[in-house]
Design a protein around this ligand. Structure first.
Ligand code: SF4
Length: 453
């Protein structure tokens, strides 16, 4: 009898599987927040779930496979599945049709950034509970990251048409959120205890272009919806602010002084992709390697502590050995702190697949390995320069053995960590989310080791 009473009152429960990049994570957080607002129970497992939402990624083939596997697993475990995310936005046999062909019983398929559509599908197949406990949902919504850092998504889509990328065809042109809304969300995240904001989008430096930099209001003050103003406003919050996916536009230079002043973190995640002007042209990317070297020099003059992270593609169609050597010279000269290197992978639907002279697989990989070997030496020497220094770090995790933290130079999940032994004195033991000062005494090319200073 008690069980019946309990199940009659039990709110409907939605299982949630979140795959893909930080931008997809933000979409997941929005859907989870809305589910909570409406009184649904949400869980990260299938157990006890009345329905499952799978947020997919469709960027590269392995991500597509992972998404299809997750859908299959959810269908098998539960049978009531709604699919959202990038894979759902791909047309024809590559996306939506492939999902419905493989899993004809899926309840609905949407693209990314589709909280409303997902909620409509949820309402049809799992009606809203009558009396949602709205007051139980915190202002800042539901977060999937640890409590002390959060992703702040400022826009969706992209106006570029890089020939290796299909994101614009999946997510459309740039749509920026008005600055007032973004800053309100940032303030409420700070109030909820967030110590680090990671600003994400497909193209952070283009923020506001679509709105013609329209003026909006932040706490009653008129402020333009624009990248530099965004950095200035976020810089007033007094927490760590880290900029990701910054396209190398000239106006990025104007944000570097804010880093030197300590307003935002001295960290730029800026995907250059290549250095050779002809490869950049085939990629439909602006700027040239030479110009970027000059700018890196100027950034370091303004802000000597700046950490530069970038990504590069080896074996892009038509890349000659000379063009690749140009990239190696660029890497040698730029002395970037962190570098991700990808062998070109022909994503279905990308314009670059039709370019002449595809590079053989083994050459792409061999070039990737050469570039990585060079960069490892550079990353090691940049980390060695930190030995003997005291730096502020943010604690991510602790256990009896030690503390895992990150310095200003380390973004969560993609960069290195700082490992510190746990002090025996309990009063000195930090918790996740604490800032502590650490004396660095060892390193490799990725990580640092140190002790509490
Ligand atoms: S800027 Fe980024 S998201 Fe936009 S088309 Fe180029 S690679 Fe894709």
């Amino acid at each position: 009898m008690q069980d019946d009473t309990f199940s009659a009152k039990r709110p409907p429960s939605v299982g949630f599987v979140s795959l893909g990049c930080p931008k997809a994570l933000v979409d997941s957080e929005r859907i989870l927040t809305q589910l909570k607002v409406e009184g649904y129970n949400v869980s990260a497992s299938y157990e006890g779930a009345d329905l499952i939402v799978v947020n997919t990624c469709g960027f590269i083939d392995s991500a597509v496979q992972e998404s299809l596997d997750a859908i299959g697993e959810a269908m098998h475990a539960n049978g009531k599945v709604i699919v959202t995310g990038c894979l759902g936005a791909k047309n024809g046999n590559e996306g939506k049709d492939m999902i419905t062909k493989l899993h004809p019983k899926v309840l609905a398929v949407t693209g990314p950034h589709a909280t409303e559509e997902v909620m409509q599908a949820v309402h049809i197949h799992l009606p809203k509970p009558h009396d949602p406990f709205i007051d139980l949902v915190p202002d800042h919504g539901v977060k999937l990251t640890p409590k002390h850092y959060a992703y702040l998504k400022i826009s969706e889509g992209c106006n570029h048409r890089c020939t290796f990328c299909i994101i614009p065809s999946m997510r459309g042109d740039l749509v920026s959120r008005p600055i007032g809304e973004v800053i309100r969300e940032a303030e409420s995240l700070k109030k909820a205890g967030v110590k680090e904001l990671l600003v994400v989008s497909q193209d952070t430096s283009a923020y506001g272009v679509d709105l013609k930099y329209r003026t909006d209001f932040v706490n009653g003050r008129p402020v333009k919806t624009q990248f530099q103003q965004l950095a200035e406003e976020l810089g007033e919050l007094g927490i760590w602010v880290r900029m990701h996916y910054v396209y190398p536009y000239p106006h990025v230079d104007r944000v570097v002084p804010l880093m030197a002043e300590g307003k935002i973190l001295p960290y730029l995640d800026i995907p250059f992709q290549h250095s050779h002007p002809d490869v950049l042209k085939r990629m439909k990317r602006p700027a040239s390697g030479e110009r970027n070297i000059e700018r890196i020099r100027a950034w370091r003059n303004t802000c000597p502590d700046i950490t530069l992270r970038s990504t590069f593609i080896t074996g892009f169609p038509g890349e000659t050995e000379d063009e690749f050597k140009h990239l190696l010279d660029f890497i040698e000269e730029a002395q970037l702190d962190r570098v991700g290197v990808f062998a070109y992978s022909p994503v279905d639907g990308a314009v670059a697949n039709a370019l002449d002279n595809p590079v053989p697989e083994e050459v792409k990989e061999e070039r990737r390995a050469r570039l990585m070997a060079l960069q490892e030496k550079i990353s090691l020497s940049r980390n060695e320069a930190k030995l003997g220094k005291v730096m502020q770090v943010l604690v991510d995790e602790t256990d009896e053995e030690g503390i895992v933290a990150r310095s200003k130079a380390d973004a969560p999940e993609i960069d290195g960590n700082v490992f510190i032994p746990m002090p025996e004195n309990q009063t000195q033991q930090p918790k996740p989310g604490d800032f502590i000062n650490v004396l660095i005494d060892d390193c490799d090319e990725h990580d640092l080791w140190g002790r509490i200073a």
